[in-house]
Design a protein around this ligand. Structure first.
Ligand code: AMP
Ligand code: MG
Length: 434
């Protein structure tokens, strides 16, 4: 079968005959270039999911919606607030009356109570509680702390400027009836679930989760439930990937471990094609038994890149098999984690219809000098401690990209730019969230 390798450059996919995979050209991109290639494909995926409605939509109970992606916007079913809301306990009155002198207390109004005595008249005040609807005629709420009240009258406790509108949120100031309060494409978090509840949405229309195939490759791999022989390794990548897929809003579909064999690898990839995205781990390096790229080539894949100038994770592969994207993630466990976070995670989120698909980066002050060889963008396991003053970050000592004990002490990855030879203690640096 004639196979083709496609070269991605300057927005184009250039095909190159590669009947002999050994002669296939490698496409190694800088981190930023690789990222932009993934983002372009991710936006096509989102377009397909959302605008072309390829991703199905399901209704879930509001309580089950956190973590899901909103498919149909949540709209205000009435003005918010629905009435002019008192934001303090105090007295509702006319601002100018209050400046002029004492006011007669016409009644008391609690949150949840309707005022039935008509508009407040000149010289009157209503004792009001936070969350109550300010009666007509009042244009301010003076805080209870700022007044003295006795014998049915209230006056300012001392000289104080009170402005019209003070401590009142006008009806509709937050949202008007019909306004979009939670937009489509937004991942439901704490604020979104509360905002939807406030709009009376007992159910939300959310996108179905994209199904993400996990194919771990390696003759040395056994499952966590098996007893390893001395030369065997437990398959940890299928677990870390499943966790990362879930937190990106996908549904992990774990396939049996694939042995290092060309035909078996191709067969397993073929079976995974029913999923929305295929993630392979291991078998993408230059070793004699690394068959992932060859198997993909044999199946007719296009490659957007076959490596990125990063560490860990340099041999990462990204491409398309018919209309299904795939990533070949390097097998070393921290390489797998980092390349998922950088590249595969954004694709999972886009496939799920989510608007925000970038990896999450934060800034922190570096605690100790870091020296590296320039030439690769590095993502080094690190521990970030944050407080209201800002965040501080420190590298975790590691034995390289297989060191899961180091990863388990980290909560992020310190980013060292490609051109840097060192980062100095005290510098503000970038950290990728884990
Ligand atoms: P590879 O990318 O296949 O060359 O593998 C690189 C290293 O990662 C080797 O030490 C493998 O044993 C290890 N490795 C590969 N796949 C996994 C996996 N699924 N779980 C844990 N370690 C793995
Ligand atoms: Mg391997």
């Amino acid at each position: 079968m004639e196979t083709a390798l496609f070269l991605f450059c300057e927005n184009r996919v250039v095909s190159r005959s590669a009947a002999n995979p050994d002669e296939s050209p490698s496409i190694v991109l800088s981190y930023e270039h690789a990222m932009s290639v993934v983002q372009r494909q991710a936006s096509h995926a989102r377009e397909d999911a959302v605008r072309l409605k390829k991703r199905s939509v399901e209704k879930v109970a509001l309580a089950d919606a956190p973590g899901r992606v909103v498919a149909e916007p949540v709209v205000a079913d009435r003005d918010q607030p629905p009435f002019p809301r008192a934001t303090r306990d105090g007295f509702a009155c006319r601002c100018e009356d209050l400046q002029a002198g004492g006011l007669r207390i016409a009644g008391q109004l609690r949150a949840g109570e309707a005022w039935t005595l008509g508009a407040i008249r000149p010289g009157e005040a209503v004792e009001i509680m936070t969350g109550a609807s300010v009666p007509h005629g009042a244009d301010c709420v003076v805080m209870v702390e700022h007044v003295s009240a006795s014998d049915g009258r209230v006056s300012l406790a001392g000289p104080r400027e009170i402005a019209v509108g003070e401590n009142i949120i006008p009806a509709g100031a937050e949202a008007r009836i019909g306004d979009v309060v939670v937009s489509a494409g937004r991942r439901v978090g704490i604020a979104e679930v509360a905002a939807a509840a406030a709009c009376g949405a007992g159910q939300l229309a959310v996108f179905s989760r994209p199904r993400i195939a996990i194919l771990a490759t390696g003759d040395e791999l056994i499952d966590v439930t098996e007893k390893p022989l001395a030369h065997q390794i437990r398959n940890s990548n299928s677990y870390s990937l499943a966790a990362q897929i879930r937190s990106a809003g996908g549904e992990p579909v774990a396939f049996p471990v694939v042995r290092d064999d060309l035909a078996r690898t191709a067969k397993a990839i073929g079976e995974a094609r029913s999923c929305d995205l295929i993630l392979l781990t291991g078998g993408v390096s230059m070793g004699r038994y690394d068959f992932v790229e060859q198997a993909l080539l044999a199946l007719g894949a296009e490659f957007y890149f076959t490596g990125a100038q990063i560490q860990p994770g340099k041999p990462v592969v990204f491409g398309m098999l018919d209309d299904t994207c795939f990533f070949g993630l390097p097998g070393n466990p921290i390489s797998t984690m980092v390349t998922f976070a950088l590249f595969a995670g954004p694709m999972v989120r886009a496939l799920g219809g989510e608007n925000e698909d970038r990896p999450h980066f934060t800034m922190a002050r570096l605690e100790e000098d870091v020296r590296v060889k320039p030439g690769l963008t590095r993502f080094l396991p690190a521990r970030v401690e944050s407080s209201f003053r800002g965040a501080r970050v420190k590298r975790i000592a590691w034995q390289g990209s297989g060191d899961l004990a180091a990863a388990a002490k980290a909560n992020g990855f310190l980013v060292v730019p490609e051109t840097a030879e060192s980062l100095t203690a005290g510098e503000i640096v970038t950290v990728m969230e884990m």
